[in-house]
Design a protein around this ligand. Sequence first.
Ligand code: GLC
Length: 564
Amino acid sequence: MLDDKFKWWQKTVVYQVYPRSFKDTTGNGIGDLQGIIEKLEYLQELGVETIWFSPFYPSPTSKPYSQHDCGYDISYYKDIHPEYGTMEIFDTLVKEIHDRDMKIVLDMVLNHTSIEHPWFKESRSSRDNPKRDWYIWKDGQKPNGKKPPNNWNSIIGKAWEYDPHTDQWFYHAFLPFQPDLNYRNPEVQREMLDTVRFWLNRGVDGYRLDIINSLFEDAQFRNAPFIFKLHSEDSGIFFKSTEMTLNHPDTYEFCKILRATIDEFSDKFLVGEVTASFKMLKNYLGDVSKDGISHDGLNLVFLFQSMNMPMKSKKFRNLMQMYEKWFPYPYTPTWVFGNHDQIRRITKIGDNFNKAKINATLQLTARGVPFIYYGDEIAMKEGKTSKKNSRDAISYHFNWVPQFVRNIVGKYGISVNRDGCRTPMQWDDSENAGFCPQNIEPWLPIDRSFIKRNVQKEEKDVSSLLNCYKKLLKVRRESLALQIGDFELIDLKGLNKICLAYHRIYDNQKIYVFLNFANKELFIESPLSNPKLLFSTLPNKKALDLKKYEGNLKLTPFECVIFK
Ligand code: GLC
């Protein structure tokens, strides 16, 4: 029954590695593939099953575009950037991951290339170059074409760049050095689908699709209408509608083509990066099959709604209700609290370890696929960033934003400098945290908290966040109910505001999860007369002693328990 109804990716736990920051073995202060291979044992012991890698394909190597968006600016799609390794090492990485019964997911940037990609160089060389139509070129507005073709915005500002050589403008959905490919050109579609097949043939198990919602734009290049909203998830930014440039219906259709392409292989999957309302997100998932057990678009989309969620029981309760409403089986929600673009979750929740444990328990027991960002399991916090020494292209782009404004927007979860969440992994308390040799300067400064927050130290401490993650991952691995079971909220009446309770049900297994969000002891009537404790955030708790509390469960402040 399991095999028919559920695929591996519906019950997996994904861990995101930012290769540049994981482990350096060559002594250049930059993480590499060999370093990842050396740390696979750590990931296996942690208990994650799928590893998603941010891009390690070739990106420009010379200034001013050298690794400008750290790999999200690809200059060749079918190789490994020399800083990270070679194709041979990549093949070893795939083999080592598969030998451990784990899966490997690559990041695929379909929307744009680097401005230094040979395709773009050709494309911009003349108006009649065969690659001209691989990108989106337009004349500027009349009378002299020195104004952009229309009023479109990119995700973060201007959308059009003027190219004096051919006196036309090119479109970019993201930064100016990332020109958009033209998906209305069948040659582009063919080439990119071929790229998708290339790595699948090489053994990868799926892709995370970068800003997939910006693939197609309005074919007539109509102006974006004015809307009466400063910001809305799917209709606009700064009073301007995004309907001409984001979430275009042709993108939904293309997602089905992508799905059909990966389905030429067996057991592959796609997760899309889309920020949008539930209604719009659902469009990316395609239509449900007649037998009701699959859908024909992307397998998963990130649900970023949890990203800035305050640690409040009621808020999560509502969110879970929404997920059940919008993404019931055969859809699978995702649980995302961090990534390489976002301020670290632990920093957002006030650097509070108790809350981090609640967060982890929720992420690993709610219905859906958890995505853990590297370092979150050891409470790595947002590194200090400086505008002056920043490495992030977004920070340059918003160079005019002064530091104090950056600090203020940061409090609202908005990052103008993504260096802070990309600092090197903290392996031990030696200088450079075991990330790179001691006399080398790492590509980004290591956060000083590494002395206390590192893998080596936390492994030895039963009450560490790392050991909490390990135990949760083990409990999840051993329970089909937690992996794929149905989800039901438990009504605790007056206590819902401070305690979130739910169960997961699969066949005749029923697992209970109680999360105490409050800084006070709670006594709650037990739903079972003889509960068996599977997990508590208190490392030494062995059982739920109902007798002692007259049939009640006792939860200490911020405690989470899982029982059956
Ligand atoms: C995505 C990536 C981000 C990158 C951008 C452009 O949002 O997560 O890191 O800069 O797309 O590719």
